[in-house]
Design a protein around this ligand. Structure first.
Ligand code: XIL
Length: 379
């Protein structure tokens, strides 16, 4: 073998092995990239996040990056609510909602519409309505206009939000005052007409409470008996370190799935801040201004102590272990926000606090709770 050929051979062998190492490296890199919430829970349920204007107008580029990597579903935190999308009787504002849907489509995400009928964040012009026929026609027009516009694009609708009191009875609202519980049937039937393939959800908080759980069971049964399509119960899941108990949540998962509907956890967050006034719901009109600025109510303005990080991680592990145990019954788990700094819990029910309820910190970095969940073999 001539020297030239020997050199050529050596170069060939070396480059072959370099090529293999590269392949290995690139394989390693890819698998690193695959570590994400959506991959971890693939085959169990979708992992979503509520997003806000800064994601929709793409100004929060780090937020968008995180969204694409970790989540496969989105919910609009505010922009699709009645007061924003239908502010006057004869005018709709679809600029932002169109952009929201486009963002989800571009990234192949499961797109949620939140929501069609809710007494909160309602447009002022709806409140004076007194007549049931007028309300029925307003609801039909509202639901049909929005749900038809996004037919085949929005995968699931929170059709009715928070229609029940804590004891499971029908909440007083402009809808129930005019139409009784008939507005529920009308809303679900109208949504199904506008988009027969969309998943239709009844969404509410505190559904772990036995009386409210029973109220939802009655509500779903009545809809089914009257021939309305309802596919899921959405459990909002605004929870805390202390409660609700895993057993109460599990009882609701079982009770709802026995009705033949799926369960989605639509607004998951876990507050770590004190709540000494026995507030246990998520009614958005509650506000405790007198506590604003009180350091006792805002104990962690500069970071969460390790002991609380541990509690948060343990709490979320219990929660996700439960979800995984019932994965066949659960279609989606959506966090109410992308990272801690953007969570509504910094301002609700007391303004100006520093809360830590999500999986990513204010610098868009994964927290201990994220790493602990991702490394657990629980799905
Ligand atoms: C909250 C938003 O996160 C806040 O930004 C807004 O000020 C009030 O509404 N239940 C729901 C959500 O269904 O729409 C609420 O979102 C939280 C409680």
């Amino acid at each position: 073998m001539t020297y030239k050929i020997r050199v050529l051979l050596i170069v060939f062998v070396l480059s072959l092995s370099a090529c293999q190492t590269n392949n290995k490296d690139s394989k390693k890199d890819t698998s690193k990239e695959e570590v994400s919430l959506k991959e971890h829970f693939k085959g169990s349920f979708l992992i979503g996040a509520a997003i806000n204007d800064s994601h929709i107008d793409r100004s929060d580029s780090l937020g968008i990056q995180l969204l694409k990597k970790e989540f496969n579903s989105i919910t609009p935190e505010n922009i699709m609510k009645w007061m924003y999308v239908h502010p006057e009787k004869d005018s709709y504002f679809f600029d932002t909602t169109d952009k929201y849907v486009a963002l989800g489509q571009e990234n192949g995400m499961y797109i949620v519409g939140h929501n069609l009928v809710w007494h909160s964040q309602l447009a002022d012009w709806v409140n004076p309505i007194k007549d049931s026929l007028e309300m029925a026609s307003v609801l039909k027009e509202h639901i049909n206009t929005i749900a038809s516009r996004y037919k085949g694009k929005i995968d699931a609708w929170d059709v009715v939000n928070e229609a029940l009191n804590e004891d499971g009875t029908l909440r007083e609202s402009v809808f129930s005052n005019t139409m009784g519980d008939g507005f529920l049937e009308l809303a679900f039937k109208e949504a199904a007409k506008a988009d027969p393939d969309a998943t239709l959800i009844y969404n509410d908080y505190n559904l772990w409470k036995p009386e409210k759980r029973d109220g939802v069971v009655r509500l779903v049964k009545k809809l089914q008996d009257n021939g309305a399509k309802i596919d899921e119960v959405g459990i909002q899941a605004h929870w805390s370190l202390e409660g609700p108990s895993i057993e109460d949540i599990e009882n609701s998962i079982i009770a709802f799935s026995e009705l033949g509907v799926k369960i989605s956890f639509t607004e998951l967050d876990v507050t770590v801040l004190p709540n000494p006034w026995e507030l246990d719901g998520a009614a958005v009109n509650q506000n405790y201004d007198e506590f604003e600025g009180d350091p006792k109510m805002n104990p962690y303005p500069n970071g969460l102590p390790d002991s609380v990080k541990l509690k948060l991680s343990k709490r979320y592990q219990d929660i996700f272990n439960l979800f995984t145990k019932h994965k066949e019954k659960i279609s989606r788990v959506t966090f109410w926000g992308v990272q801690d700094g953007q969570s509504w819990l910094n301002n609700w029910p007391i303004n100006g606090r520093t809360n830590y309820p999500l999986f990513f910190d204010r610098n868009y970095q994964p927290k201990k709770v994220y790493t602990d969940i991702i490394s657990a073999k629980n799905n």
